[in-house]
Design a protein around this ligand. Structure first.
Ligand code: PRP
Length: 209
């Protein structure tokens, strides 16, 4: 699958150990999510188109560069919120469009509950942000929504992905590019990623009781 990029980097492996460890407290979990997102974001933005500009250093004029495309970050609530700040460090002028989805606990099907995308004027390129790609249902629903909005190019950044979800998303949306820090082994009977990291939303927001 040419559009699936598993990022191989020693710092990714170290930060992944932090988010996997069940003893990691929320503050450190959030920090590791930010660091993983930052590294993945560098990779995912590698092919951004730029235009040249003229700038002036304190010494003389020289050539500069600006990102050419209009650019949107699309965090999936809740867990995707934990990835926004890192991406904004990389692309401070990006628009941020939140989409609210949760996975029904019994059926594992995504349920949409928040969408304020405006009619018309879509961004040219959108980055879906969600730390977890499990069955792929949430990402497929998000891709449908973004394509209906009119987005031409969609990428996804995740921290951990299951092979089952990658297969589904790649089959339904072959032009979606997926950047993930790791592809884990499988989904269990409850559709949780194994070995995984638990529920990213609960661990970021400290709501797992
Ligand atoms: C998790 C995760 C993804 C989704 C992945 O969210 O953050 O959004 O499940 O599962 P899927 O690939 O099978 O669709 P969850 O439903 O737990 O919501 P939360 O972020 O509010 O905790």
């Amino acid at each position: 699958m040419n559009n699936v990029h598993q990022i191989d980097h020693p710092l990714i492996r170290c930060h992944l150990s932090t988010v996997r460890n069940k003893e990691t407290p929320p503050k450190e979990f959030r920090a590791a999510v930010r660091q993983l997102t930052f590294i993945a974001g560098i990779e995912a933005t590698r092919d951004l188109a730029t235009v040249t500009t003229e700038i002036e250093t304190p010494i003389q004029k020289c050539q500069g560069y600006e990102v050419e495309q209009s650019f949107g970050l699309v965090p999936i609530l809740r867990a995707g919120v934990g990835m926004v700040d890192s991406m904004l460090e990389l692309v401070p002028d990006a628009q941020v469009w939140h989409l609210g989805l949760y996975r029904d606990e019994k059926t594992a099907q995504p349920v949409g509950y928040y969408n304020k995308l405006p009619a018309g004027k879509p961004v040219e390129m959108a980055f879906i942000l969600d730390p977890m790609l499990a069955t792929g249902g949430s990402v497929c629903m998000t891709c449908e929504t973004l394509k209906t909005w009119g987005v031409e190019k969609i990428k996804m950044i995740s921290i951990i992905a299951a092979p089952e979800g990658i297969h589904r998303v790649s089959t339904e949306f072959p032009d979606l590019e997926i950047y993930t820090c790791v592809i884990d082994d499988h989904l269990n009977e409850n559709k949780f990623i194994v070995p995984g990291l638990g529920d990213a939303g609960d661990r970021i927001f400290n709501t797992n009781g």
